[in-house]
Design a protein around this ligand. Structure first.
Ligand code: ATP
Length: 298
């Protein structure tokens, strides 16, 4: 029987639950300021997509978090944000910290799709569910933001207009249906490095512009696809422009780098076009290729 958040209790005696953790795409990412503490303020449209990590949590009688993982390699100590999420949940609630966590890592790492942040949010949600909701959604948001600027988005997990440093979330009511083909070249990009090398040109008037675009009955995706960080990453990795070109030549209504990269996605109006583009991009051997849709939790 599925519970809230789509958690699936596992069979057998020991209490064990699984939860899916989606990747995100930045449909638009504009930098609007820099705070004295170094964080960048942004206006972004983010959507969760159906490329999913799976987190399985099992209670154990020990102390601390025991982590195992399969798929793309991730740290197995407290370098893993999932461990830090479980520790912060335990420190805040006083609940025992003895849990075994298994990550099936299907989202490429350091790829601009927020996989770590999503895993952290999923871990907070599942622990809160297992222990009968000791924390309110607001408490979870506070913990999430301490773990990382993108983590609160993954608690909400629906297409959002995102502002502040990532913590102010306005769900987008009518997000148009697209198929997305994502290409992740085999390079890892440090988000911190990209922000450090971003030469600030402050975007002004962004919020009213994007609000109006999102309220319009006929949103044209190619008119909103823009990412201020793309120029930084693509200056070092020209493969990004090549993938964008190929996606558009193969029928995408627009193509963009997500987050700090290097993943690039194209938005397609039909499943047939997306399938044919996926096939073509796979033949080019530019990296891992995924075909996904927008995704919602529960
Ligand atoms: P963002 O767009 O939010 O910067 P990203 O997709 O570019 O995210 P992540 O995949 O979240 O980046 O990985 C960033 C760093 O976090 C990597 O160096 C990785 O080793 C580390 N990390 C820690 N825990 C995880 C996890 N559970 N999944 C992925 N990366 C993790």
């Amino acid at each position: 029987m599925a519970t809230a958040y789509g958690l699936l209790p596992m069979p057998m005696g020991a209490r064990s639950y699984t939860i899916e953790a989606p990747a995100k795409l930045n449909i638009r990412l504009k930098i609007t300021g820099r705070r004295p503490d170094g964080y960048h303020e942004l206006v972004s449209i983010m959507t969760p997509v159906s490329l999913l990590d799976v987190i399985e949590v099992r209670e154990n009688r020990g102390e601390g978090v025991e982590l195992t993982a399969s798929g793309y390699p991730v740290p197995l100590d407290d370098g893993n944000i999932v461990v830090r999420a479980a520790q912060s949940f335990s420190a805040t609630t006083g609940l025992p910290s003895g849990v075994s966590i298994k990550i099936t890592k299907n989202i490429p790492v350091a790829a601009g799709m927020g996989g770590g942040s999503s895993d952290a949010a999923a871990t907070l949600l599942i622990l809160n569910e297992i222990y009968s909701k000791p924390l309110s959604m607001n408490d979870l948001r506070v913990l999430a933001l301490r773990l990382g600027a993108d983590v609160p988005f993954f608690l909400v997990c629906t297409p959002c207009l995102v502002t502040g440093i990532g913590e102010i979330l306005e769900p987008v009511e009518r997000w148009p249906e697209f198929w997305y083909v994502i290409v992740t070249p085999p390079i890892q990009v440090s988000t911190a490095w990209v922000y450090q090398n971003y030469r600030m040109k402050l975007t002004t008037g962004e919020y009213p512009f994007i609000k109006k675009a999102l309220e319009s009955a006929s949103l044209v995706i190619s008119q909103v696809l823009e990412n201020d960080l793309e120029a930084v990453t693509s200056a070092i990795f020209p493969i990004i422009d090549r993938i964008k070109r190929l996606l558009v030549e193969n029928g995408a209504e627009g193509a963009l780098m997500s987050g700090s990269g290097p993943s690039v996605f194209g938005a397609f109006g039909s499943v047939e076009l997306a399938e044919s583009a996926k096939k073509h991009l796979l033949e080019q051997e530019l990296g891992d290729v995924f075909m996904v849709k927008s995704w919602k939790r529960g």
